[in-house]
Structures are given as C-alpha cells and as structure tokens.
Write a protein that binds this ligand. Structure first.
Ligand code: ADP
Ligand code: MG
Length: 519
C-alpha cells in the first residue's frame, strides 16, 4: 500500500470530489521520509493518481458524516471522516498543468501531496514579473509568488474581518513594490491614518491636516450632498446651481462659455459664493453653507489655498509628486460627510492624468483602504462609487490599477468587485460576505470559501489570475502597523485620575483649536 494513501474517492461532481478518509489515518497526522504530514488540513493539497498523471486537489472541507456500511451482512451507520476537494489541475511528466484531461473515478486512491509535488505545483510561479508575498501554509517553506502585471492591471481585492491582516498585507505589498522596482507609482487612501509610520525615502506622506483639496473641484452632486439638498428641494438646488455656474463663468473669463457647466472644474472664491444673491435670498441654504464653511474640520477643502484654475497643476504635483514613488494620503482627519467627495476628486485627478497621458508611461495603482466607507450603496457615496466603478471598468486601458481593501465586501458596489480578478482573502466569518465573495470566484474555487473562517491572523486564501494556483498562504509581515483600536486596558490602568480636562476640551471644541487635529 502506498504510504501516502489517505482515502478513496466517494463521489465526483464537476470539480468537486468527496473523499472518505481511511480508517488508518485516525490520528490525522503521520510521518513519511522524516517529514510529518497532516491529513486533511483545509487548504492543503492532495493527489489522485489516474492513468498517466496525478490530479491535484485542494482540501476545502473536512467533516464527520454518517455512512452506511455492510458489516456481517447488515447495513450499519457509522461516522466517517469525509473530506471535500476541489480539483485544480494535474501533474504529468513532472510538470503541473492547470487544465484537467481526466477525472477521478469512484474508488480511486487519494494521496497526500509530497513536498516534491508541492515544488512541482509552484515551480512556474517565480518569474521576472513576480513578487513574493508569503509562504504556502501547508509546508511553511514554499514561497508564494504573484504576477505583478496580472495583479495590478486586472485589479485586486483584499478582504477579511477586522484584525485579520489586510492592512499588514497592503504594507507588505507597498514595501515589496518599492524594493523591487525603480519607478513604481502607488497611491494609498489611508482612511485611519495607520500607515504614517512606514518609513521609506520613496514614500511621500501627506498628513491629515496637510491634505488640501480645492473646493472648486467639487461637482454639483457633491455640493448637494454636502449641503444635504435632497431630491425634493428643487428650489435650493436651482439657487445653488445658478450661483456656482455664474461664479465659475465670472472668474474664468477666457473659458469657452459653450463648454462651461455647473460641474466644470474651474476656480471661484468661496466668499463670492456666500455673497451671491441666489444664496443670500435663500435663508436656509445660506445658513447651511455658512455652518459648513466655518467648521474648521472642513478647512482641507474650503481653505485649500488653491486660488486660481491654474493652481490645479500645483495640486496635482503635490499628490502625484515625481520625486516619490508612493503617496500615502492620510484621510483620517476628513469629516465623514466629505470623505466620499475627497476620494472622488483625488481618484478623478489620477484617472484624468492617466487618460490624458498619451505616452502611457506612468502606470499607477490606487489602493482603496476601508472601501465600504465610501464605495457602498449609500446615498452620499454616489459620486465616489461611480468614479471608482468607472476606473475599475476602464482603468486597465490607461494603466490605472485598483487594489480594493475592505472588511465588508458585500456592502461595496458589485460592479467594482466583479472587475477584480485577484483576491487575497483573509479570515472572513460572516455568511453574507463569504457568500458574496464565493459568487465572485470562478466555479471551481467556490468550495474553498469554506476554509475562510478557519484562517489564522495574517493567513489568506490567494486566488486569481496572478497566482499559479489558489493557495492558503501566510503573508509576510514586513511592517508592524500601529493598532488603531483604543487601548482600554492601559488607559484604564494608568489613565488620569482626575477625569476629563473639561476646560481644555471645551476650549478646543468651542474655539475650534487647530492643535487637536495634529494628535
Ligand atoms: N502577515 C502577518 N503575520 C503576522 N501577524 C500579522 C500578519 N498580518 C496581521 N498580523 C497581526 O494582526 C494584527 C491586525 O492586522 P491588520 O493588518 O491591522 O488587520 P486588518 O487591517 O485586517 O484589520 C496586526 O497588528 C498583526 O499583529
Ligand atoms: Mg486595516
């Protein structure tokens, strides 16, 4: 008997194979040639010898199941260990192929994959275009490489529960790109400001209070969102439209009137908007606008310092800065109501630059952290969602890649996800999110979503065009990011005995002291 035999095929449905584990593998662990193999670990590989080749399967589920046996002529139900496999390719003549020529038959032997098999399976992955992202979880010492071109030009998604390792994976990717390439171009939308400590001379950090976005790049829908002008408030909407259109025209006399609309991204001053008669005659609109502008937390937009249309060049160069390869945009100080608009304006900028750069020599990747915050179906996210959907659909042609990062994939626009051809899926426990991801994966990989709740911290299922094969991997941790959670334990152990410093808090709040934002 083959010493690696672990069971027999019980049923075959497409690429789904059910295996009954043999009695002898009771301990689920045994040694062959000095190596210890664990049987049936989810995400591990097995082989099924058929004629001249060995089919390769990946374990997606292991369970106990009552199975009828005939003992002394009588049917008896007994609990058996059953393993579910997804076929992913075959090994023939020492090479791995993702296609299948043969299928297993009921009763075929199922073997543990030897380390030589694993080496053959992953042999093709290390090309000039590939980066190492981690190690195969089954053997721990087999590196997992992914193809950079396929990963970035066909968009990718990194998903998983909070604390499962998404941001660490993003940091690993950034550091690896910066290490491998002379001229990468990476933009990271850092929603929590957690990447501030990554040090590299190629990284430009734009801190929360330094991020300035010209108000005149807001389009009309965004103005309406910011001022909570709903679909029924047509009078307010008309007044605002008149004021903005007239002011864009008045402040840009050379601009071709025939091409000018309320959305044209050209300068007008905020004080003229407040003083415009269409606004002053509308008390409610004027009041809302005033409150918004006086809120210091909106200074990133309303006091950007970009005071003419020509300054758009300065704005663009501050973000797509040729002296750096990666820009980390700390958006943690942007008020939630403005997050969607700011993301949209910045994304628009990157996309337009790629679109109008006819040389096509500046491929850029946009990494959207915490995407559910501004790409979900919520009303206020309309413009950012539409923009990113458009980039996901068209970006490939102009050299704009997307890496979408989220803990709640099911809330994000499906249009964006369906354009992602690569997935790094960390632990994912909610049924709704798992189901959503399952439907995005190719049919032969859908069964693998069963392993998602069991992944450890920093482990992920890697699947898609950029990986040779779907693999459960432990991602390398090249940077330890600071925790964004409040440390209740320490603060409750050592915190101030005197309670809040009421005086200074009120001072900051009422007088809108700038200092608090720097903390
Ligand atoms: N690849 C990894 N290897 C080891 N530890 C990791 C890895 N990824 C994450 N961790 C641990 O898990 C914690 C949470 O990771 P993080 O990347 O912030 O998760 P998420 O972004 O999904 O919330 C990190 O502080 C780190 O200690
Ligand atoms: Mg995170």
């Amino acid at each position: 008997m083959n010493e690696l035999l672990i069971g027999y095929v019980r049923s075959v449905r497409g690429l789904d194979v059910e295996v009954e584990l043999s009695r002898d593998v009771g301990q689920m662990k045994f040694s062959v040639g000095g190596r210890t193999y664990r049987v049936g670990q989810i995400g591990s590989y097995v082989t099924i010898p058929v004629l001249f080749e060995r089919l390769v399967g990946i374990v997606s589920e292991v369970r106990m199941q009552p199975i009828e046996e005939i003992i002394e002529g009588k049917p008896v139900l007994s609990d058996k260990k059953v393993m579910q496999l997804q076929l992913v390719g075959c090994i023939s003549e020492g090479e791995f192929d993702r296609g299948l020529k043969d299928y297993p038959l009921i009763g075929d032997e199922v073997h543990l994959a030897r380390s030589e098999d694993i080496d053959i399976i992953f042999a093709g992955q290390k090309t000039e275009r590939a980066i190492k992202i981690g190690n195969f979880a089954q053997t721990k010492d087999t590196p997992i490489w992914i193809d950079v071109n396929k990963m970035l030009s066909r968009h990718s998604a990194i998903v998983g529960n909070t604390g499962s390792g998404k941001s660490t994976t993003v940091a690993t990717l950034i550091k690896t790109f910066l290490g491998k390439y002379e001229h990468p171009h990476i933009i990271l939308f850092d929603i929590h400001g957690e990447y501030g400590q990554i040090k590299d001379k190629k990284i430009k950090h734009i801190r929360g209070e330094e991020l300035k976005v010209p108000h005149w790049l807001l389009n009309f829908s965004q103005w309406k969102d910011l001022l909570s002008i709903g679909p029924t408030a047509s009078k307010q909407s008309d007044n605002l439209k008149t004021a903005i259109t007239e002011l864009r025209e008045k402040n840009n006399k050379d601009f071709d009137k025939a091409k000018l609309s309320v959305d044209t991204p050209i300068y007008f001053p905020m004080d003229e908007l407040l003083a415009h008669e269409s606004i002053t005659k509308d008390a409610s609109l004027s009041e809302k606008l005033e409150v918004l502008i006086k809120d210091i937390r909106c200074d990133n937009i309303f006091k950007s310092g970009y005071d003419s249309t020509e300054e758009i060049g300065k704005f663009a160069e501050s973000i797509i800065d040729k002296h750096y390869s990666c820009t980390i945009l700390d958006l943690s100080k942007i008020v939630p109501d403005m997050l969607s608009s700011v993301v949209e304006i910045l994304s628009r900028l990157f996309y337009e630059f790629a679109y109008w750069n006819l040389e096509k020599d500046y491929p850029i990747v946009l990494i959207y952290e915490e995407g559910h915050r501004y790409l979900s179906g919520e009303y206020g996210n309309y413009t950012s969602r539409r923009r990113v959907e458009n980039i996901a659909k068209e970006g490939r042609k102009y050299g704009v890649g997307i890496i979408l990062v989220s803990q709640r994939p099911s809330e994000i626009s499906e249009t964006i996800f369906s354009q992602c051809n690569n997935f790094i899926i960390h632990r994912l426990t909610t049924d709704k999110d798992r189901e959503f991801i399952k439907n995005l994966l190719p049919e032969n990989l859908q069964g693998l979503t069963n392993l998602l709740p069991s992944l450890g911290q920093g482990e992920a299922l890697i699947a898609g065009d950029a990986a040779v094969l779907p693999a459960r991997a432990k991602i390398d941790m090249l940077e330890k990011l600071p925790s964004i959670d409040c440390d209740f334990h320490s603060k409750w152990t050592d915190g101030p005995e005197t309670g809040f410093n009421v005086k200074s808090i009120l001072e900051n709040w009422i007088h809108q002291k700038f200092e608090w934002r720097k903390k």
